[in-house]
Design a protein around this ligand. Structure first.
Ligand SMILES: Cc1cc2nc3c(=O)[nH]c(=O)nc-3n(C[C@H](O)[C@H](O)[C@H](O)COP(=O)(O)O)c2cc1C
Length: 375
């Protein structure tokens, strides 16, 4: 039975949105959005790791007009909580990616559209023509096809290309394998229609896993990034999926303009570190050379504040946006982004941070583990 949109006034945390989303999604779609790889240690770690940080607030600071507007790669954003690329938004609501694009634009956030969208990248662009938007690229074995995707993104006015580096093969998401995850009739990966293998539906397990195995290039290496960056020019390239200092430096040495600390929301390599723990070493490694973004487990404004205080230029959220979309379409996405923005502002005020620069001034510290415990 199709349920009406959730009453947003009753949803006061991101977790409330998840409950409302779950009531409206098919079990297969909910599992696809929620799940992580293997035993889901990294999925849990991403979020749980925030509890190991402490915000050492300052008092008696004038926080009467908090300032959260900033820029990413030169484009203005109203606050540094942005929309990560996630596949298949039309599983959540009929308007799908177009609703996400509209809501992000309305709030002054930024939407990074996925290669695996269920809406063409041109239609995503036309939903919010004046908004800055980024395009996330999976590099295909068929490099001519990859080049065509890049050309389309440029023509449609995308402002940056985000190359996802953590998916040479698809992580094993057991729920999807069990469910035989596939897109329902009528939904396709719209950007890829001329590249879809005919037999995608055939075989046991996850349709997405079969697709990635057939199309993604597991031999994509750093030297190939130089060619991708040249094809993307003049658009800047961001490498997403970085977890370590040496990779961050390699990304910049091979043409990237910025790096994005991510483990794909715990959906790829299980036992990978929590992204918030990886962030400081990446920030130290790149210094002033580039902006650093992070995603993974951000479910509140205090989480976002920890990430900003550790040196992230902006944080991205994946699942929270999907929960908003499933709960109430564009209004739900706007509801989630508003909630996170307001939580960030309140957390900054309580921490004595009137602006984003001041969040970097010794506000966050890692909590020492009690003797004998395994943090
Ligand atoms: C359902 C789902 C689909 C995703 N699809 C993509 C994708 O197509 N491309 C990509 O680079 N990352 C993808 N990601 C990873 C997100 O961009 C992001 O790294 C992750 O969701 C952040 O973690 P969070 O969900 O805890 O916020 C996906 C994540 C989820 C949950």
């Amino acid at each position: 039975m199709i349920q009406p949109p959730a009453q947003l006034s009753s949803l006061v945390t991101v977790d409330d949105y998840e409950v409302a989303a779950r009531e409206r999604l098919t079990p297969m779609a909910y599992d696809y959005y929620r799940s992580g790889a293997d035993e889901e240690h990294t999925l849990r770690r991403n979020r749980d790791a925030f509890a190991r940080y402490e915000l050492w607030y300052r008092t008696m600071v004038d926080v009467s007009s908090p300032r959260v507007a900033t820029t990413v790669l030169g484009d203005d954003v109203a606050f540094p909580i942005l929309v990560a690329p996630t596949a298949y938004h039309r599983l959540a609501c009929a308007e799908g990616e177009r609703a996400t694009a509209r809501a992000a634009a309305e709030l002054g956030s930024l939407y990074c559209a996925s290669t695996l969208a269920t809406t063409t990248l041109e239609d995503v662009a036309s939903a919010a023509p004046d908004a800055a938007r980024w395009f996330q690229l999976y590099v295909h074995k068929d490099r001519d096809f990859t080049a065509r995707l890049l050309a389309r993104a440029k023509a449609a006015g995308y402002r940056a290309i985000v190359v996802t580096a953590d998916t040479p093969v698809l992580g094993r998401r057991c729920a999807d394998v069990r469910n035989g995850f596939c897109l329902p009739d009528g939904l396709v990966m719209e950007n890829l229609v001329d590249a879809l293998p005919p037999d995608l539906r055939e075989g046991a397990g996850s349709e997405l896993a079969r697709f990635v195995a057939s199309r993604h290039d597991p031999a994509f290496v750093w030297s190939d990034l130089v060619a991708i960056a040249a094809q993307a020019a003049p658009l800047p390239v961001v490498v997403k999926g970085i977890a370590r200092a040496d990779d961050a430096r390699r990304a910049l040495d091979h043409g990237a303009r910025a790096v994005w600390v991510s483990n794909h929301g715990g959906r790829q390599l299980d036992l990978a570190p929590a992204t918030i723990d990886a962030l400081p070493e990446v920030v130290r490694a790149v210094g002033d050379r580039c902006e650093v973004y992070v995603d993974g487990g951000v479910r509140s404004g205090t989480h976002a504040l920890v990430a900003l205080a550790l040196g992230a230029r902006a944080v991205f959220v994946g699942r929270p946006v999907l929960w908003g979309l499933a709960a109430a379409g564009a209004e739900g996405v706007a509801g989630v982004l508003t909630l996170l923005r307001d939580e960030l502002i309140r957390a900054m005020q309580l921490a004595g941070c009137p602006d984003l620069e001041s969040t970097r001034d010794d506000v966050v510290r890692r909590r020492l583990a009690p003797a004998g415990s395994f943090p």
